[in-house]
Design a protein around this ligand. Structure first.
Ligand code: C5P
Length: 237
């Protein structure tokens, strides 16, 4: 029997420490990543979930490792990315973090406190830069509706991903998602079509997760090129 394929999923927010008790965070709930982990496990994948702080409870029966900060998640990816077949990077990783953190609690002394932030390393781009030829990476783009497609396509290319799930800002922390998937081969896939052409309808995160996991296994419409296509195939088009 072939061994089950290995799926690594990241989910939830990061907490970037300011001092001993405070942090910078975002509203991600981790719900979508948890749904993906459950759907993948049910479909026979061997799943590892890297789950951020303050999220929905981890799913039963899925190997789950917890992280707090971008630095923690980077260390977990260093350890677990090399042995996965597919990485789904659903975590809402901070783009900026405090440049300095203090071990003690900052006192409420000054009238104005300025935090200097530095850009975090782009973790998914770093994974893409060192992936093996058969490894595949799916990223996420959360943007305002008007800029969603343009920015998602830019991220797909800039980060070297095989596919990207574009979803509008309201998705964060919500029960439903209105997703469009763009692949590096230039395909646009809408899991659930809306009433007007080319627009997605909302669906529960559970349904979207089951769809995405089925989609990972599907042969592509162009049967000569099994999914996911590589960035090279996009340039050839
Ligand atoms: O650049 P942006 O944060 O919009 O990109 C979103 C995608 O990049 C997500 O898949 C997210 O997990 C990933 N990301 C990352 N490292 C960062 C910021 C985002 O891997 N520092």
């Amino acid at each position: 029997m072939p061994r089950p394929r290995r799926l690594l999923i990241t989910a939830g927010p990061t907490h970037e420490p300011i001092d001993a008790v405070r942090y910078l965070a975002n509203r991600s709930s981790g719900r979508l990543g948890v749904c993906l982990a459950q759907a993948a496990r049910a479909a026979g994948w061997s799943v590892t979930l890297l789950l951020g702080p303050g999220t929905v409870p981890p799913p039963a029966g899925v190997r789950t490792l917890r992280f707090e900060s971008t630095a923690d998640l980077a260390a977990l990816l260093d350890r677990h990315f090399p042995s996965c077949d597919v990485l789904i990077m659903a975590a809402a990783v901070a783009d900026y973090r405090p440049r300095r953190t203090t071990r003690s609690k900052l006192p409420r002394g000054r009238r104005v406190l300025t935090l200097r932030l530095e850009r975090t390393p782009d973790l998914v781009a770093a994974c893409a830069a060192r992936k093996r030829p058969r490894q595949r990476i799916i990223g996420f783009a959360l943007e305002e509706q008007q800029r969603l497609a343009t920015r998602a396509l830019r991220k797909l290319a800039r980060k070297g991903l095989d596919a990207i799930v574009a979803n509008p800002l309201e998705t964060m922390g919500a029960d439903r998602i209105r997703a469009v998937v763009y692949t590096a081969a230039g395909q646009t896939v809408i899991p659930k079509k809306g009433p007007s052409a080319g627009t997605p309808a909302p669906q529960t995160k559970e349904k979207f997760a089951r769809w995405l996991i089925r989609w990972l296994d599907q042969p592509r419409p162009d049967a000569r090129q099994p999914w996911p296509h590589t960035a090279r195939s996009r340039r050839r088009r």
